[in-house]
Design a protein around this ligand. Structure first.
Ligand code: GTP
Ligand code: MG
Length: 195
């Protein structure tokens, strides 16, 4: 994808009305700090258009990035961040649920999992929940640069088994440091999810 223009068009908090877009939407889910905003920056060829932080819980809203007036990349708030209150977690959960359930243009949900770790209970819940909403999530195994090349296959197996993925589920290893996997993600999106 050649990025001609990007625009953070809509930002939705827990009380916001969600947009009724007409362009296809591609969403990114995953626990706090897994690298959603970093991935979106890499896909947009920008260093820091989407806000990134070493502090988890940075993205607390649903952010819609309009790309080339052709599609939206949708940055979802991360789950599993210990420092927010229970009530806030419930509200974010409800916001994400409202979006996944209500969007008419959502074509695919990418679920990001840190390639170094076995998926958590929350990751598994999120996976099953996306599936129950009728989507077939694509898994992105993030922070590939943090492991040795020789560990890659084993870690991907751990991610797949940990989530209990459906047969045929695609797992794309990715690093926002080296940008490995970026072209593969765009190719997949362009081939399958843009009409
Ligand atoms: P929330 O907005 O809190 O949900 O987090 P997020 O999933 O958007 O994560 P974010 O992109 O902000 O990245 C969190 C931290 O991980 C930052 O310090 C990033 O620099 C780092 N990070 C993200 N992706 C990678 C990667 O591929 N490799 C390495 N080494 N670090 C990464
Ligand atoms: Mg973020």
């Amino acid at each position: 994808m050649i990025i001609r223009n990007i625009n953070l068009e809509t930002v939705c908090g827990i009380t916001s009305k969600l947009p009724e877009n007409t362009l296809p939407e591609i969403a990114f889910a995953g626990k706090s700090n897994v690298g959603k905003s970093s991935l979106i920056n890499a896909l947009m060829n920008r260093k820091s258009y989407a806000r990134i932080s070493a502090t988890p819980g940075k993205t607390q809203t649903i952010n819609f990035y309009n790309i080339n007036e052709a599609l939206y990349l949708v940055d979802l708030p991360g789950y599993g961040y210990a420092k927010v209150s229970e009530q806030e977690k419930i509200k974010w959960g409800q916001l994400i649920e409202r979006y996944l359930h209500g969007s008419k243009q959502l074509k695919v949900v990418f679920l990001l999992i840190d390639i170094r770790h076995k998926p958590s209970g929350n990751d598994k819940m999120m996976y099953e929940w996306i599936v129950s909403q009728g989507f077939h999530p694509v898994i992105i195994a993030t922070k590939l640069d943090k492991i040795k090349r020789s560990q890659k296959d084993k870690q991907i197996k751990i991610v797949k088994e940990g989530l209990g993925v459906l047969p045929g589920t695609i797992v794309i290893p990715f690093s926002s440091v080296t940008k490995q996997g970026r072209d593969e993600i765009w190719e997949l999106v362009e081939r399958n999810y843009l009409n």
